[in-house]
Design a protein around this ligand. Structure first.
Ligand code: IPM
Ligand code: MG
Length: 360
């Protein structure tokens, strides 16, 4: 089959890591008889440099015209990059928030698992690392504090700033369904994370999630307060399968979940719309400090491409082939610098892409 993939290489290490993911996709296409056509789309700092804004209408249209979008990373060093002298709505991150909203990407899947070969990188205590973990954070991505009304103004002689945390039942329901559907294909356990002891939005969240759960009787549902969840993630992450939560909590918890793997360069993510459309990107950032050096780890982006095959194109065995190739590369002791250990062969970005391609 033929698939059209929009590619947002972006800034920093983005272009280097996306290049390797395209290489692996092309190889997978050759092997399984598909053709993947790539269309380059500018977003983030590179779009600011060319058009003065981080996201143009043309970029949104090009993304919408694709079957799915593969993204690298956007943004630069906030302390030194001229992009961060611009007002907030013109900075690279505004492009990312804008495309999430424009494409209706309401469900953000962030898997976090500890590869046995990389156990030594896990910062948790030895027994916890030995047990391992394999969880997935399902983060609501187009509501809550990120998209509620906000303003900063003067009141009674001092500045006041307001951000609004708003959720409707339908916004909660649709992401809850995604969480249960994904859980059905995993270990059938959903932990819904909220702050229902304080927030109205969380009380509604809990009520709606409990309603949705009735449609998935095979899946076990627990609700957990977000502060406790932050603690449980470092105490015993193996207790989690799918963690369902709202936008801001998911932003924070997903960084924590990434850190406990010790190797953020390994973690893919998917942002899904209704239907099969999705945007796929590594969990890590643009890493401006190592951009252009050819040393960035492309594995998270390659695994994001595998998620795209699975979730947007229903190409299960092709996705498996990429994931297996990544595992093989790790067990063969081939590593980029960020995950390298004694006795392993250290390679750069391009060589890692080649080694994975060869194993597909
Ligand atoms: C993420 C990032 C973004 C977010 C930023 C860059 C706006 O932290 O994807 O987690 O907060 O959603
Ligand atoms: Mg974040």
């Amino acid at each position: 089959m033929d698939f059209n993939i929009g590619c947002i290489a972006g800034d920093g290490i983005g272009p280097e890591i996306v290049r390797e993911a395209k290489k692996v996709l092309t190889r997978t296409g050759e092997k399984f008889g598909h053709s993947f056509n790539f269309t380059e789309i500018l977003m983030g700092g590179c779009s600011i440099d060319k058009f003065g804004v981080p996201l143009t209408d043309e970029a949104i249209e090009a993304a919408k015209a694709s079957d799915a979008v593969l993204m690298g990373s956007i943004g630069g060093d906030a302390a030194t990059s001229p992009w961060y002298k611009l007002p907030p709505e013109k900075r690279p991150e505004a492009g990312l928030l804008g495309i999430r909203k424009a494409l209706g990407l309401f469900a953000n899947l962030r898997p976090s698992c500890l590869y046995p070969e990389l156990k030594d990188a896990c910062p948790l205590n030895k027994e916890t690392a030995e047990k391992g973990f394999d969880l997935l954070i399902m983060r609501e991505l187009t509501g809550g504090l990120y998209f509620g009304e906000r303003y900063t103004r003067e009141e009674n002689g001092e500045m006041v700033a307001v951000d609004t945390l708003r959720y409707s039942e339908s916004e909660i329901r649709r992401v809850a369904h995604k969480a249960f559907i994904v859980a059905m294909k995993r270990r059938k356990k959903v932990t819904s994370v909220d702050k229902a002891n304080v927030l109205d939005s969380s009380r509604l969240w809990r009520k709606v999630v409990e309603e949705v759960a009735k449609e998935y009787p095979e899946v076990e549902l627990n609700s957990m307060l977000v502060d406790n969840c932050a603690m449980q993630l470092v105490k015993d992450p193996s207790q989690f399968d799918v963690v369902l939560t709202e936008n801001m909590f998911g932003d924070i918890l997903s960084d924590e979940a990434a850190q406990i793997t010790g190797s953020i360069g390994m973690l893919p993510s998917a942002s899904l719309a209704e239907g099969t459309f999705g945007l796929y990107e590594p969990s890590g950032g643009s890493a401006p400090d190592i951009a252009g050096k050819g040393i960035a780890n492309p594995i998270a982006t390659i695994l994001s491409a595998a998620m795209m095959l699975r979730f947007s194109f229903s190409l299960e065995k092709e996705a498996d082939a990429i994931e297996e190739a990544v595992k093989k590369v790790l067990s063969d002791g081939i590593r980029t610098g960020d995950i390298c250990a004694a006795g392993c062969r250290k390679v750069g970005t391009e060589e890692m892409g080649d080694e994975i391609s060869r194993r597909v």
